[in-house]
Design a protein around this ligand. Structure first.
Ligand SMILES: Cc1cc2nc3c(=O)[nH]c(=O)nc-3n(C[C@H](O)[C@H](O)[C@H](O)COP(=O)(O)OP(=O)(O)OC[C@H]3O[C@@H](n4cnc5c(N)ncnc54)[C@H](O)[C@@H]3O)c2cc1C
Length: 381
């Protein structure tokens, strides 16, 4: 494995950081209280090219390899304090843009990718249902074929970007007798008859990312909007998850780097008992532990990106990465809060937001327990 970065990769990551620190700055605290999405920031990211990182130039994207995508998202999250915006971008990229790129027909790619890359269309995916979370393939949503269209019925919940999405990749059962092989994926557009979105759900963190419920009531989806073959839904979902578990969690890496820098500064500036708190080993060791988690997170994420760039499948490594990086972000955020004392607990400062935002990472893209199940399955357990 060779993780040495080319000059182009290093320079592009630095450019993303500069862009984010300059253009993605506003009164985040006020907007977070209003639970408001940063639409201007979304547009800035589109103009910079971030919404088309893995998309070939013929569809308007930057055509980046996996490692450069990952570095860009690490840089974006390091430079941008709005974790909700970064999460919305990641969902758009890995659960909608990338599956259409990998599994779509030429007509689907031509129709959707340029608008998704320009940010004029916002995407996401809808798998989870009220009664089917970790057991995603126990879903009830049905797609019945009628002539040249499918009729979808069901409810999806906790869908990232749903309240603002123009299209969602919806997974539904087309053949109840075929278990995993009976699930298909559909590109469902906002205006389709029978498609509606409930009010945004109020969650503990990621408050600037709209997340909601999707209702499909005799929703009519033309056959040409089916992604891949009938029954290909499971394969599409699994491929999607490998990319998401690698690239989305690069955003956690960037957030942890930003968090560590703030802790190092605070440990030097904050004086108690006549000396900086960082001169206490209990404090400096906390920082050392944070740095160790960051370094190991970087290694496993870069390994997954390297595997994807070699054209390898990475189901075990992406599960290890997802588990380790999401848990590391929670541990580092709790450490950062403790290190800042009452200021860390105050909603006027960053640490408490990191705690709230990081906890979601243990749940989405498959919970920590499900990642352990996936990893254990490679040992026939
Ligand atoms: C911020 C956020 C964004 C999300 N975005 C999306 C999205 O865009 N699209 C989408 O489809 N979904 C999305 N989800 C939903 C997410 O994928 C599910 O929440 C997740 O899969 C877990 O399902 P659940 O919440 O129903 O928990 P459950 O499956 O009910 O699990 C409850 C608890 O039981 C444990 N558990 C369950 N089964 C097992 C088992 N076999 N072994 C061990 N432990 C087990 C779980 O680990 C968990 O601790 C999002 C969730 C969050 C929090």
């Amino acid at each position: 494995m060779d993780f040495s970065l080319s000059q182009d990769q290093t320079e592009f990551k630095e450019a993303v950081v500069r862009f984010a620190q300059k253009k993605l700055v506003d009164d985040l605290s006020a907007r977070e209280k209003r639970g408001e999405f940063f639409l201007d920031g979304w547009r800035e990211c589109a103009d910079f090219g971030l919404l088309g990182l893995p998309v070939p130039e013929e569809y308007g994207g930057l055509g980046m390899d996996a490692l450069t995508c990952l570095l860009s998202l690490e840089g974006l999250s390091y430079g941008c304090r709005d974790n909700g915006l970064v999460f919305a971008i990641n969902s758009h990229l890995w659960t909608c843009v990338k599956p259409i790129l990998s599994f779509g027909s030429v007509a689907q790619k031509e129709r959707f990718l340029p608008a998704l890359v320009r940010g004029e269309m916002i995407g996401g995916h809808a798998m989870t249902e009220p009664e089917a979370g970790s057991d995603a393939f126990g879903m009830r949503c049905q797609a019945r074929k009628e002539g040249d269209r499918y009729i979808l019925n069901g409810t999806k919940i906790f869908i990232t970007n749903a309240p603002i999405a123009d299209l969602l990749l919806v997974f539904a059962v087309t053949d109840p007798d075929r278990s995993f092989g009976g699930i298909s994926a559909f590109i469902v557009e906002k205006g389709f008859p029978g498609f509606s979105v409930g009010r945004p759900l109020e969650l503990m963190g990621l408050k600037t990312c709209p997340i909601g419920e999707v209702i499909l009531q005799d929703c009519e989806v033309p056959e040409e909007n089916r992604l891949g073959k009938e029954g290909a839904g499971t394969a599409i979902f699994n491929a999607e998850m490998e990319w998401e578990r690698g690239c989305l969690f690069a955003a956690h890496l960037g957030a942890m780097e930003r968090e560590l820098e703030a802790c190092v500064s605070y440990a030097g500036e904050r004086h108690q008992f006549g000396r900086p708190i960082g001169s206490n080993q209990a404090v400096s060791h906390r920082i050392a532990d944070m740095a160790v988690r960051i370094e190991l997170s970087r290694m496993i994420l870069y390994k997954v990106a390297w595997m994807k760039d070699q054209g390898m499948r990475a189901p075990k490594d992406s599960a290890i990465a997802k588990l380790f990086v999401s848990e590391s972000y929670v541990h580092n955020s709790l450490d950062a809060l403790q290190l800042h004392g009452a200021y860390g607990y105050s909603t006027e400062y960053e640490p408490e937001r990191h705690v709230r935002d990081s906890l979601a990472g243990r749940i989405y893209s498959g919970t920590s327990e499900i990642q352990r199940n996936i990893i254990a399955s490679f040992y026939n357990l």
